[in-house]
Structure formats: structure tokens, C-alpha cells
Design a protein around this ligand. Structure first.
Ligand SMILES: *Cc1c(COP(=O)(O)O)cnc(C)c1O
Length: 381
């Protein structure tokens, strides 16, 4: 089945009790049993809910995986993966992670005796000298935020497998439309469903997908024991969002390309970070493991200062100044003062996040209008 057909049909069946083509919102906390411990897989809704089950099947199918699990947020999903570890275990991960993941790793799990190595994984071989008998997990995020660096998933999997480590990939930026890490040998795919899968900026949710039944059982046990599960209304909204995932992604990619090319030739723009450019340092890997290059990009201004970046952000009209990404509407974000404000300036600059760096989540509006909006705002800086 092709991706678009899967987005509409996979894992989703008409409701067996009524034939309703759209999965109903099963707004219930518990299920009546005919006799003690006799039920049809539904006893209590923390453990299972039919709306959530359909969504889990749908997301698993989109990632070419057998088992899906949904969580109340992307961080809830990430947290469930880390709960597989024991004190003393070590994790290899990249040095430009999503801020919330970095916070969870350093402020919550380091306290519990898990050690994290934050390294430049754009060269998978860099990990080699940090691997030892305690290393249990590779946590990979590609493309990265906000510099759109690309990590070679296949190369990391090869290295991890040689040392019996599991590989989890945060696939939020790519979405399953652009990249399927399980096909490349990863053990777990994580999504902030909040972003492209939901697609309409109206839900917070996370998901994990795996092909490994034992791993799935362990994660399902954690989900039920720890309880970070999403509700049926949110599950319904995401089931609805997924039906247009391929259509939205097509437009996100087309618009992303147009905006990236427009910015690259603009006299007031410095550098543009977008993996679709042939001279992007990881373009070859992006081309190999992704189907297209997505609608996320970042750029700097020639006049590289926080104040000048602020003028631009205050003058855009169609791009909304907000955190998050992956919705139908275009968003603009300033890492130095927003998502990455907690990093000391010196360290931030050292990591390539200059003062004027601006991140765009290019939406699915008409590209001409987006370009005109950027043009008029750039004229003011
Ligand atoms: C948003 C995001 C998360 C966290 O997901 P939430 O749904 O906000 O908890 C994790 N990773 C990436 C790459 C994200 O963009």
C-alpha cells in the first residue's frame, strides 16, 4: 500500500457495533464485564481505549511497524523509553537535541544514575570511543533542531548493533511521510504527535512504534503502569489529522523549498539551513534516508543581532511568532530568545546558534503569500 492510501485506511476499520466509518470517541473510563475477568480486551481505559487503539494501529502502519503506543505528550513517550534503563546504564545521544529531551535527560534521568554522552553524531564514528559495556541506548534526532543537521541512521544502527545497543529515533521533524527509521534498522521510533501527525496545532500527544514484540510489551507495561496515556478526544483529532498527512507534507515540502530558495538569494539574509541544498554538509545522507526535505528551515541575517531579528519577527504578518511546528499555519521562532534561551550565549554561539538565527515551520498556505510576507518584513530590518 502506498503512503497516502495508508494514511487514510491503514489500521482503521469501521466501528463494529454501528458501522460508523469514522472511529467514534469512546469517552469512557471503564467497561462493563459479563463476569469477573471476562472482557474483550477492554477493562479500564488507562490500559486500553478503542479510539486510542485505532490511532496506535494507524501510526504503526505509517512507520511500517507492527506495534504502536500513544502517550499524553512527546515527552511522555520519550520518558517511557528511558524507563527501560537501569541505574548505571549509559546513553549515546547527539549534542543538538530538542531542548525538552535534553532537559529530561540531564535534570531527571542523570539524577537517577543514567549517564548521557552528548556528541556530534553527524559522524556516527564519533560515538565509538564513548561506547562501553554499560551503553544500552542510542537516542537519535534527525533532522536536528534548529540547524537541520542530518544523522546517518543506518550508520548509527550498524555501530549500535555491533555493541548490542538499542536505537531509538525521534522522527518528529521528518514525520513518517519523509523517513521511516524502522526500515533502516532502528528499534523504536518516537514522535511528538503534537507536530506533523496531528498537524493542526490543537493536540499535545506522543507515540512510540516498534517491530519488536517483547520491547512493545515492556513499553506497554510502562505506559499502563506510569499512566501517561492520551484521551479519546485527542486520539480522534489525530486520527482525523492523519488522513491528510501526505497532502499536507507534499505542500510543506514544496513551500519549504520555495522559502529556502527565496531566502538564499535575499541580500539581507546570511546563511540558510535546509537539507535540500546540494551544498548542505549532510545533503547526501538526507537524500538517501528521506523522501524529500520537509518544511523546516532556519536562517540568519547579515546584520546578525538579536534586535534586528526581533524587528523581522515583529513585522511578519502571516508567520505567527510561536514555539512548536508542523501545523498547517506557518510559524516563526527565535531560538536565542525562545526555545534555546536557557543556554548561555557563549555556548549557544559555539554550537552555531547565532543571535539572529530564525527558525521557520513553513505551513501549507500559498507560497506566493508567504514569500511576500517575508519580503516586506525583511525590507524593515
Ligand atoms: C515537540 C518535540 C518533542 C516533545 O514533544 P511534546 O509533544 O511537546 O511533548 C520532542 N522532540 C521533538 C523533535 C519535538 O519537536
Amino acid at each position: 500500500m502506498q503512503f497516502g492510501t495508508k494514511a487514510i485506511h491503514a489500521g482503521v476499520e469501521p466501528d463494529p457495533s454501528t458501522g460508523a466509518i469514522m472511529t467514534p470517541i469512546f469517552q469512557t473510563s471503564t467497561y462493563v464485564q459479563a463476569s469477573p475477568a471476562q472482557h474483550k480486551g477492554y477493562a479500564y481505559a488507562r490500559g486500553a481505549n478503542p479510539t486510542r487503539n485505532q490511532l496506535q494501529k494507524s501510526i504503526a502502519a505509517l512507520e511500517n511497524g507492527k506495534f504502536g503506543l500513544c502517550f499524553s505528550s512527546g515527552m511522555g513517550a520519550t520518558d517511557a523509553v528511558l524507563r527501560l534503563l537501569n541505574p548505571g546504564d549509559e546513553v549515546i545521544t547527539s549534542n543538538d537535541l530538542y531542548g525538552g529531551s535534553y532537559r529530561l535527560f540531564t535534570k531527571v534521568y542523570e539524577r537517577m544514575g543514567i549517564k548521557f554522552h552528548f556528541i556530534d553524531l553527524t559522524e556516527a564514528g564519533n560515538a565509538e570511543k564513548y561506547i562501553n559495556s554499560k551503553t544500552k541506548l542510542f537516542w537519535i534526532e534527525t533532522p536536528s533542531n534548529p540547524l537541520m543537521r542530518i544523522i546517518d541512521i543506518t550508520a548509527c544502527v550498524k555501530l549500535a548493533k555491533a555493541h548490542r545497543c538499542k536505537v531509538a529515533v525521534d522522527n518528529t521533524f521528518a514525520s513518517p511521510y519523509l523517513q521511516n527509521p524502522l526500515d533502516l534498522g532502528a528499534d523504536i521510533v518516537m514522535h511528538s504527535v503534537t507536530k506533523y501527525l496531528g498537524g493542526h496545532s490543537d493536540v499535545i500527544m506522543g507515540a512510540l512504534v516498534t517491530n519488536d514484540e517483547k520491547l512493545h510489551q515492556e513499553l506497554a507495561f510502562i505506559a499502563n503502569s506510569c499512566g501517561a496515556v492520551p484521551g479519546p478526544q485527542d486520539s480522534f483529532l489525530v486520527l482525523r489529522g492523519i488522513k491528510t498527512l501526505h497532502l499536507r507534507m507534499e505542500r510543506h515540502c514544496a513551500n519549504g523549498k520555495k522559502v529556502a530558495e527565496f531566502l538564499r538569494t535575499h541580500p539581507k539574509v546570511g546563511k540558510v539551513y535546509w537539507p535540500g541544498f546540494a551544498d548542505h554538509p549532510n545533503h547526501a545522507i538526507a537524500k538517501k534516508q528521506m523522501r524529500d526535505f520537509g518544511g523546516m528551515l532556519s536562517f540568519t541575517l547579515k546584520n546578525d543581532s538579536v534586535d534586528v531579528a526581533k524587528i523581522l519577527m515583529e513585522n511578519v504578518a502571516l508567520f505567527s511568532l510561536a514555539e512548536s511546528l508542523g501545523g498547517v499555519e506557518s510559524l516563526i521562532n527565535h531560538p536565542a530568545s525562545m526555545t534555546h534561551a536557557s543556554i548561555p550565549r557563549e555556548e549557544r554561539i559555539k554550537n552555531g546558534l547565532s543571535d539572529s538565527l530564525i527558525r521557520l515551520s513553513v505551513g501549507v498556505e500559498d507560497a506566493e503569500d508567504l514569500l511576500a510576507d517575508l519580503e516586506q518584513a525583511l525590507a524593515k530590518v
